[in-house]
Design a protein around this ligand. Structure first.
Ligand SMILES: Nc1ncnc2c1ncn2[C@@H]1O[C@H](COP(=O)(O)OP(=O)(O)OP(=O)(O)O)[C@@H](O)[C@H]1O
Ligand SMILES: C[C@@](O)(CCO)CC(=O)[O-]
Ligand SMILES: [Mg+2]
Length: 364
């Protein structure tokens, strides 16, 4: 039996980082996906290992089930239907398994993703042998939510074949997830994100699970409905960075300058709420669209200024901002910053092919 699941990446229109500290943020799923396939060997295959193939980075790993049983202290006591956080003891055990893989320095960033995989897999399926294959259309570690898409697609695939959930494969082998199953996928994915990000707000896994456009604040999701055409150009600076370190850096700055940073986070909250109000208000004519685009562009510039204030911009991001400004276009970083991807609002007056925000959740 093989199951395949996919989950989309995302852009953040407003509110990244501040959302970790309780502010509102706005995010939309994009039509670039991470795909996970899960297959259990038949007795005939005579295979007694858990295998993970990461196609994007050309790596493959294998753990004999005996090794998993020997090293992981809480195997077999987890329930797929009640997501839980990884204990300190299990975190250490998983770290030792990952250390033994001897990843080269250039691939050390993958350790957190592999740890999330081991945690999610063994929590939901224990030490059952399987082969899991991951491929992605998203650039890894670039602000488009590759870590969340991985955790959501993985959780969806794992839960699809979980005995305790007993999901039906309906019409032509497609599974439909209802709200409670989506909620479960999202909760497990959040646990995976915690292994990768340290202190995620949950916005990335939530938009990847539910799709479309969302407003997110303190773990609360609100779906956004809009008929405003919105085109964003996504530019990848190709400067590698790590979300977990950037999030930690902002928290350290907040600890050093509590009152000033609280004001920054509050300003971001107002910006995000204004973005939502503009996007949701009905569009009457072209003039109204142009007016809204101008306001959105200004809010993106204000948000970028505050992100710079948080210390998460980068020379390459500033270079894209300077270039697009020559054409009177507004640009801000998206995701954790420090390099990665930036968004430029393409007003309808320009036309052209931006990356249109698509309306797609994960499917399996
Ligand atoms: N397809 C994949 N194959 C292997 N590992 C992956 C894959 N997708 C994500 N990862 C893991 O996620 C890490 C990147 O996560 P990180 O949160 O730093 O960036 P991001 O999610 O792309 O950006 P952001 O969090 O800003 O949206 C990688 O280093 C790796 O550990
Ligand atoms: C930087 C951050 O705000 C968004 C990353 O896409 C982190 C998070 O919210 O988990
Ligand atoms: Mg991430």
């Amino acid at each position: 039996m093989e199951v395949r699941a996919r989950a989309p990446g995302k852009i953040i229109l407003a509110g990244e980082h501040a959302v970790v500290h309780g502010s509102t943020a706005v995010s939309a799923a994009i039509d670039l996906y991470t795909y996970v396939s899960l297959r259990f060997p038949t007795p005939h295959d005579n295979d007694d290992a858990l295998k993970l193939q990461l196609k994007d980075v050309d790596l493959e790993f294998s753990w004999p089930v005996g090794k998993l049983k020997e090293v992981l202290p809480e195997l077999g006591i987890k329930s797929a239907s009640s997501p839980s956080s990884c204990s300190l003891e299990t975190t250490k055990a998983i770290a030792s398994l990952v250390e033994e893989l001897n990843l080269v320095d250039a691939k050390l960033g993958l350790a957190s993703g592999i740890s999330a995989f081991l945690w999610l897999y063994t929590s939901i399926h224990g030490e059952k042998p399987a082969k899991v294959v991951v491929t992605s259309e998203l650039p890894l570690g670039s602000g488009l939510g590759s870590s969340a898409a991985l955790c959501v697609a993985l959780s969806a695939a794992l839960l699809s074949l979980s005995d305790s959930l007993k999901l039906d494969f309906g019409h032509q082998g497609w599974q439909t997830f209802g709200d409670s199953e989506l909620d479960l996928v999202n909760k497990w994915a959040f646990e995976g994100e915690k292994m990768i990000h340290g202190r995620p707000s949950g916005i990335d896994n939530t938009v990847s699970t539910f799709g479309n456009m969302i407003k997110f604040r303190s773990g609360e999701l609100t779906h956004i409905k809009t008929n405003m055409p919105l085109k964003m150009l996504v530019t990848n600076t190709k400067v590698g960075r790590n979300t977990s370190a950037l999030v930690a850096g902002v928290s350290e700055r907040a600890a050093r300058h509590g009152s000033a940073m609280a004001s920054v986070f509050k300003a971001v909250d107002s910006i995000s709420n204004e973005v939502v109000a503009i996007i949701q208000s009905p569009v009457s004519d072209d003039l109204a669209i142009t007016e809204k685009e101008e306001k959105l562009g200004e809010l993106m510039e204000m948000n970028q200024g505050l992100l710079q204030c948080m210390g998460v911009s980068h020379g390459t991001i500033e270079a894209v901002i300077k270039t697009t400004l020559k054409y009177k276009l507004a640009t801000k970083l998206t995701g954790a910053g420090g390099g990665g991807c930036v968004l430029t609002l393409l007003p309808t007056r320009i036309g052209g092919r931006g990356m249109e925000i698509s309306f797609s959740g994960f499917s399996s």
